[in-house]
Ligand binder design. Structure first.
Ligand code: ADP
Length: 299
């Protein structure tokens, strides 16, 4: 009966959204997607005609699990960020029923849909995406932010297929040099071993996740995938994964450097740019949108 429940909640989402603080009217257009808590619609500012993604979270859903504090943390972190590879936070407001977050619209969805459609992408394309992911994460780390849930579904794509890192629901700020975070409320997709072992974690967890993202893009499936979460976690703790022979050495070297149990041994975000995978051939500056469905022509 979950669909009936969802319909009920949609009743609480008006066709027009009004931000009283800036006197902005938005018209709600097509439905874009649904996450753990949020529903996302394309919305348009009726005066400027600018389009945005409207992330709408029902207040009813925010009562449990200190969801309200988490949302405040997500908003505080996200609104402080400004980089071409980070989803731009435009504004937020609320009414009696919902909280509305107005974000840069990423019309080509996320790398999850790209992966489902393509399975394995070329090294050429991978260089394009990974380079942009590194730029975005470098900005985050330079500003003492750890994303903590970098995964294909949180790497959004705009019309030009440029990567926009989004969903700061699990992000945290490092308060002092050398701080190790002890807790994480949630289940990151590409979770690093030091989070599972609860030994304290920091920026290195994002490097681990980038390793998982790169592996998934080039191999076609995640490095530690099994039928159950429990078995996956066992494999992660033992750092048990296979590097297929099909992977070229420069790509394999970069992945192996990121997927190491010891977080101290992983490269820092800036060091990733020096790997041969990225330096031995030029990084493409653009990809045709046909790459969403098929490999580009070899040149
Ligand atoms: P949650 O925090 O509840 O997991 P998400 O941030 O994952 O919510 O967003 C839910 C869905 O909304 C996503 O799966 C995606 O389809 C869509 N979405 C989120 N942000 C954007 C955006 N900036 N542009 C386009 N679609 C988006």
């Amino acid at each position: 009966m979950s669909s009936a429940r969802n319909d009920d909640k949609t009743i609480d989402i008006p066709d027009r959204l009004y931000d009283a603080s800036t006197k902005t009217n938005y018209k709600r257009l097509r439905f874009f997607g649904k996450g753990g808590f949020a529903k996302c619609y394309e919305i348009v500012d009726v005066v400027t005609n600018n389009v945005y993604a409207g992330k709408i979270v029902s207040k009813k859903l925010m009562i449990k699990h200190n969801q309200k504090e988490k949302m405040t943390q997500e908003i505080t972190i996200h609104k402080s960020l400004d980089h071409p590879n980070i989803v731009k936070f435009h504004s937020f407001f609320d009414d009696n029923n919902n909280v509305y977050i107005v974000l840069e619209l990423c019309k080509k969805r996320s790398m999850m849909e790209l992966h489902k459609r393509r399975k394995v992408i070329t090294e050429y394309e991978c260089r394009f995406y990974i380079y942009q992911i590194i730029q975005g994460v470098k900005y985050l780390h330079d500003h003492r932010i750890i994303h903590r849930d970098l995964k294909l579904g949180n790497l959004f794509l705009n019309d030009d297929l440029n990567v926009k890192i989004g969903d700061f629901g699990l992000a945290t700020r490092i308060e002092f040099e050398g701080e190790r975070k002890k807790t994480l409320c949630g289940t990151p997709n590409y979770i690093a071993p030091e989070i599972l072992n609860k030994k304290g974690h920091s920026y290195e967890v994002d490097i681990w996740s980038i390793g998982c993202v790169m592996y998934t893009l080039l191999v076609g499936q995640p490095p530690f995938e099994t039928k159950s979460l429990k078995d996956t976690y066992t494999k992660i703790k033992k750092c048990e994964y296979r590097v297929p022979n099909s992977l070229r050495k420069t790509a394999a070297d970069m992945i192996v450097a990121m997927l190491q149990s010891n977080p101290e041994k992983r490269p820092r975000i800036g060091q990733l740019l020096n790997f041969e995978f990225l330096t031995s051939s030029p990084v493409p500056t653009s990809l045709p949108s046909s790459c969403l469905t098929m490999a580009p022509r070899p040149d």
